[in-house]
Design a protein around this ligand. Structure first.
Ligand code: ASP
Length: 377
């Protein structure tokens, strides 16, 4: 029996139309047995993610303000009314309202809980609460052995199931969430626990490009990438997967396929332990700060200190990480960009530039990366 664990992100379940689309995708392949869902995300750029609304509703509860909860109810009600009219959404919200003062983790987790429960009602698939499957130890780390046992015992006999992402429970039964975007981790943990053949991660992009398509016109697609390079790409700032998502898959030989819910026929990108070599790509991160002293000293090529938090007297910088550059290309980058600092890492270079130069630097490095011709991934 082949098992594919499919995780769908927030934009894939943002409204009733997307629920229909996801159902079509999972029905089109009988191996797609275990479905992990995020909470509904934005329907358009100006919209709110349900998780953000829940976090605000938790804070607003202290002031007795239930208007945000009413907005959240409306989002789910529009899906319920269209697809699962018998689902007791009023009962679920009465419970949520009564528990809004409970821990932030509990309240934030309700986005995934309600989404998965509603999707299960619509598709007539079994719903299994993540609090029965994913367990955290006393240090806040996943208890892998207990999780694997629970997942196998509870999910395998069902053959198929829908599971909320993003949270699990502590040994004493309290709900605990991962950091934001953590449904990716839930999906990978379940894929590893169930000995899945494949972990599909469905979002709203076609896979790993040579650069963010929002910044660079016509980037090329990478069809395969090694698991360890993908981890470094995500740690370097690419927001394709949660940075911890792939760690449960080390040593399992389970491939991860990045797929687009809006273009299910596109091949996607396969992240595999069997893949060798470095694929070409540029990614990065803004909103970093370099200590004033280090900025002044950077002419002397001293090590720079980067912080993710604002510091007094600090300089706002960005990092651009380029993988797969050849030595002549690296020299060309040095001659073209004049970065504040450039660090040579094992398989990529990290270029530190003033934040205002981030986008231009990404485009310039990407141009150099692709101009070399067609060698590389
Ligand atoms: N809904 C959560 C978030 O917005 C978790 C997830 O989507 O994976 O971060």
């Amino acid at each position: 029996m082949s098992i594919t664990v499919c995780k769908f992100g927030g934009s894939s379940v943002s409204d009733a139309g997307m629920f229909v689309r996801v159902n079509r995708i999972i029905r089109s392949d009988p191996n797609r047995r275990y479905i992990v869902l995020s909470a509904p995300g934005k329907r358009c750029p100006s919209d709110d993610k349900i998780t953000d609304l829940l976090i605000r509703a938790h804070a607003a509860d202290c002031d007795g303000d239930h208007s945000i909860l009413a907005r959240i109810f409306e989002r789910y009600a529009s899906i319920r009314d269209a697809l699962a009219p018998d689902f007791d959404l009023e009962g679920e919200f009465a419970q949520l309202r009564a528990n809004l003062g409970r821990s932030l983790d509990y309240v934030a987790s309700r986005g995934e809980y309600l989404c998965a429960k509603l999707f299960a009602a619509y598709t007539h698939l079994p719903f299994v609460d993540a609090a029965q499957l994913l367990f955290f130890d006393g240090d806040g780390r996943i208890d892998v052995a207990t999780t694997a046992r629970a997942a196998r015992d509870k999910l395998l006999p069902l053959g198929r199931a829908v599971v909320p992402g993003f949270y699990g429970a502590t040994r004493d039964g309290r709900i605990r969430t991962f950091s934001r975007g953590g449904s990716d981790v839930s999906g990978a943990l379940l894929a590893a626990a169930l000995g899945a053949t494949l972990y599909e991660n469905w979002t709203d992009v076609d896979g790993l490009y040579t650069a963010d398509p929002k910044l660079v016109a016509h980037p090329a697609r990478n069809f395969t990438v090694s698991l360890s390079q993908m981890e470094r790409i995500c740690a370097a700032g690419a927001r394709l997967l949660h940075p911890d998502a792939l760690s449960p898959l080390h040593g399992t030989h389970i491939d991860t396929l990045l797929k687009n819910t809006f273009a299910p026929g596109a091949p996607g990108t396969c992240v595999s332990e069997n893949c060798t070599g470095i694929v070409r790509c540029v990614t990065g991160r803004r909103g970093l700060y370099m200590l004033g002293d280090a900025a002044a000293a950077s002419g002397g090529k001293n090590d720079v200190l980067l912080h993710a938090l604002p510091l007094q007297g600090s300089v706002r910088v960005a990092t651009v990480n380029a993988f797969g550059l050849t030595d002549p290309q690296i020299r060309l980058v040095e001659a073209t960009i004049h970065p504040i600092h450039m660090i040579h890492m094992q398989d990529h270079i990290q270029i530190i530039v003033p934040e205002r130069e981030y986008e231009d630097t990404v485009r310039a490095v990407h141009r150099i990366l692709l101009e070399a011709g067609s060698e590389g991934g």
